[in-house]
Design a binder for this molecule. Structure first.
Ligand code: MOS
Length: 745
């Protein structure tokens, strides 16, 4: 095993934190322990709606090791739970979302109603069944398919219209409805918080979060603390996909309990609770109507969507937005409404909004291609646009055509039957499908501390966290490339709110945002080094900063190899211990704002359908990404592979099942909620255009995480149609939906 990276240069490709992760040295939130730690577990409701008439906690309190049972009647006041703004101190904001342990109301099945705190996890768990609630039940609605049919149940419609009604002759049109069930993130790591009050007004948190700064801010504002008195540590995050983009009820609950019993408290959600307490991709209904002329030019796109939210909070995402700008069409209308149900609040899940919208749009375009008797790739190229038709700005770059060329070749598109259901291999029906994904590419603000020491080692720090995509590796590689020095001498530290502020890890923005700050910090240090050389090194007097360069751990005169000084020697000459700066990088510059930036992907699938029972076997996947410059090839590829796995799940297996007579989630386990297994995922090739997008930021890199998934489910649906002639518009695509009945039926 290689643990010494000293001789590793930036062009070599490995995960800098890989060894720590696979050897168990890397600690995740729940693995931390503190002296005198107590363990908390939620007791959850087994009704969907109503109120608690009486909650008898006396028997649970008497159980061995139980320290407290906290519920609405004995829960200490939380400043941010006060919904009356006039009563709240200035530094307090109202807690958004479910106010856990606050009142006797039940808003969804599985809602926490009490928190048992004990001296061990076993003792806490053993007490759960002794908490006895008496409920007053109310009628509820969890059935999206039924509730959405009544217009009166919908709220918050947002309409968009561009252009006018089509007057040109329509040669082909598709008007179809699409349904996607609730999907759940299912990261490996359980949501967890450890809270420790170091003083009356000072709390330390180990928290599973995609944003240490965001958690810090929310806790400070909920409990009325100075921000500097809240420290949030999230050094490693074991997958999240959006589920840790906000602080859920586990955060205030752990804080409340730790304060009440005056001991550090660890609260880890159980696997079933991961299905109801940390959000999910909302259920959605969509209708897409596309009309085209005989050449395939889109004359109009109409895209309508409804997605669910909870009763107590609105959650909205960009489901219809993709139809406004991905293809050239003068006439576009969209409408998006919310349907509140008696469920917990949804949250962003990988490719939020676009993954839902692209399934419908990219399926509909495929459908249109058959009507037009056009190749679906040719149809997309026909409607390609280099200008974003919504905001009229040019894309900073758009290499979808290169993606098509590569994917088409590698999947063997020439073997695709133009008439569906006509190709067989080994008795199975064979189909080819493709689709497109797109997601906004942002660049926000971040600060980075950079320390170059007199031993030649470089330290970079930012409060961002990494949920798994490889931020530490990518940031180290950016620093190595800008500084032109070995990766082994660079350390990037993250996951601690005490570090300089960075963004939450979300929306595929970390590499662009934090990477730009790292690049800027390195360039600033290089300037300092050049100035040091001019001031202190004998050979450099009289040179300007521009005449010098920093590389290979030396300052040199450009084009004159005889004049150079090693960094270590320069520090000695200058009698300086280190350069230690904190550099802030802001969002897009005025120049960068002249463009609109997106990452793009195109997915290609070959699959087989068993004509006897409808079993679908994905045989081959080629996934292509236009994400600007690829900073870290290994982790970038892993992002694409993860998107394919998630995409196969979305297309073929994933669905949260709710029993609408009780509101109970029926498949809250890995045994019953089916994510793809190894055998479900075929040989997959991930390819990138790998062309720096220098209109977007100085490092030329755009996001990968979202576009890896977005659109993928449509590639599968399109391939299933190509294989069978059956168009399935409701996910997941099952043999039943292909018209097969179980053998015994
Ligand atoms: Mo991603 S859904 O922004 O974690």
């Amino acid at each position: 095993m290689k643990t010494n990276h000293v001789n590793t240069f930036f062009w070599e490709d490995e995960r800098v934190d890989g060894v720590d992760k696979v050897t168990g040295k890397a600690k995740y939130t729940a693995e931390h322990n503190l002296p005198n730690l107590a363990y908390a577990v939620f007791v959850t409701s087994n009704i969907a709606k109503g109120s608690i008439k009486n909650l008898d906690v006396s028997k649970a309190l008497a159980m061995p090791g139980v320290l407290d049972v906290i519920y609405y009647a004995n829960c200490p006041a939380v400043p941010g739970y006060n919904s009356n703004a006039a009563d709240r101190p200035k530094n307090v904001s109202e807690w958004r979302g479910h106010k856990v342990l606050y009142d006797n109301k039940i808003r969804f099945f599985g809602q926490p109603i009490a928190l048992i705190v004990a001296d061990s996890l076993e003792n806490a768990n053993a007490a759960i069944r002794f908490v006895k609630p008496e409920y007053e039940q109310e009628s509820f609605e969890t059935n999206f398919d039924k509730a959405r049919l009544n217009e009166a149940n919908l709220k918050g419609a947002i309409n968009y219209k561009r252009g006018a009604d089509v007057t040109k002759p329509i040669a082909a049109s598709v008007n179809a409805e699409f349904n996607i069930p609730i999907e759940v993130h299912n990261p490996m790591e359980l949501q967890a918080t450890i809270a420790y009050w170091e003083a009356e007004d000072k709390v330390l948190l180990y928290d599973k979060t995609q944003g240490p700064k965001s958690t810090q801010n929310i806790v400070a504002r909920t409990f009325g603390l100075p921000e500097k008195n809240v420290r949030v540590i999230a050094e490693n995050v074991g997958g999240a996909f959006g589920s840790s983009l906000r602080s859920w009820s586990n955060v205030p609950a752990a804080c409340i309990a730790a304060k009440k019993i005056n001991r550090p408290v660890k609260l880890v959600l159980t696997r079933p609770q991961m299905f109801s307490l940390i959000g999910y991709r909302p259920q959605s209904w969509q209708k897409v109507n596309i009309a085209a002329d005989a050449e395939g030019n889109f004359l109009s796109i109409n895209h309508e969507a409804i997605s669910n939210t909870s009763r107590y909070e609105d959650f909205r995402e960009g489901i219809v937005d993709v139809s406004k700008f991905l293809y050239a069409s003068e006439n576009v209308t969209t409408k998006y409404s919310l349907l509140p149900l008696d469920l917990s609040t949804p949250i962003w899940m990988r490719g939020p909004g676009e993954a839902t919208g692209c399934f419908a749009l990219e399926s509909a375009i495929d459908e249109l291609s058959y009507q037009l008797k056009m190749d679906p790739i040719a149809l997309r190229i026909k409607n390609f646009t280099a200008i974003n038709p919504e905001n009229k700005l040019p894309f900073s770059d758009n290499n979808l055509k290169a993606c098509y060329d590569y994917g088409k070749e590698k999947i063997g598109w020439k073997n695709r039957p133009t008439a569906p259901g006509t190709l067989k291999e080994n008795g199975w029906l064979i189909g080819y499908g493709m689709s497109v994904g797109v997601f906004g590419a942002g660049k926000g603000s971040a600060s980075v501390r950079i320390v170059l020491s007199n031993d030649g080692k470089l330290l970079l720090e930012c409060a961002v966290s990494d949920m798994g995509p490889g931020t530490t590796t990518a940031m180290t590689r950016i620093a190595a490339e800008t500084m032109q020095m070995p990766i082994g001498k660079i350390k990037f530290k993250l996951g601690d709110s005490d570090l300089p502020p960075g963004p939450s890890q979300g929306g595929s923005g970390t590499t662009s945002t934090v990477g730009s700050a790292v690049d800027l910090a390195c360039k600033t240090v290089q300037t300092k080094l050049k100035e040091m050389a001019i001031q202190f090194a004998p050979n450099f007097a009289g040179y300007t900063v521009d005449a010098l360069e920093v590389k290979n751990e030396m300052v040199s005169v450009k084009n004159d190899a005889t004049k150079s000084i090693e960094l270590v020697a320069l520090f000695k000459l200058a009698n300086q211990e280190k350069i230690d700066l904190t550099i802030a990088s802001n969002g897009k510059t005025a120049e960068q704002l002249k463009f609109t930036s997106n990452s793009f992907s195109s997915h290609f699938v070959k699959l087989a359908v068993n004509p006897k029972d409808g079993t679908i076997k994905v045989l081959q996947v080629v996934t292509t990404g236009d994400s600007g410059k690829i900073i870290s090839p290994k982790t970038a590829r892993s992002q694409m592979l993860g998107g394919v796995v998630g995409g196969i799940g979305m297309a073929l297996t994933e669905k949260l099942e709710i029993d609408h007579t009780t509101g109970r989630i029926q498949n809250a386990s890995f045994a019953e909620y089916h994510v793809p297994h190894h055998k479900d995922v075929p040989a997959t090739e991930a390819w990138f255009v790998n062309k720096p997008d220098m209109n977007m930021n100085d490092i030329g890199a755009k996001g990968i995480g979202e576009i890896a998934l977005i659109g993928f489910a449509a590639a599968i649906a399109n391939a299933v149609y190509n294989a069978t002639g059956k168009r399935v518009r409701d996910l997941p695509i099952t043999p039943e939906k292909l018209g097969f009945k179980s053998a015994k039926a």
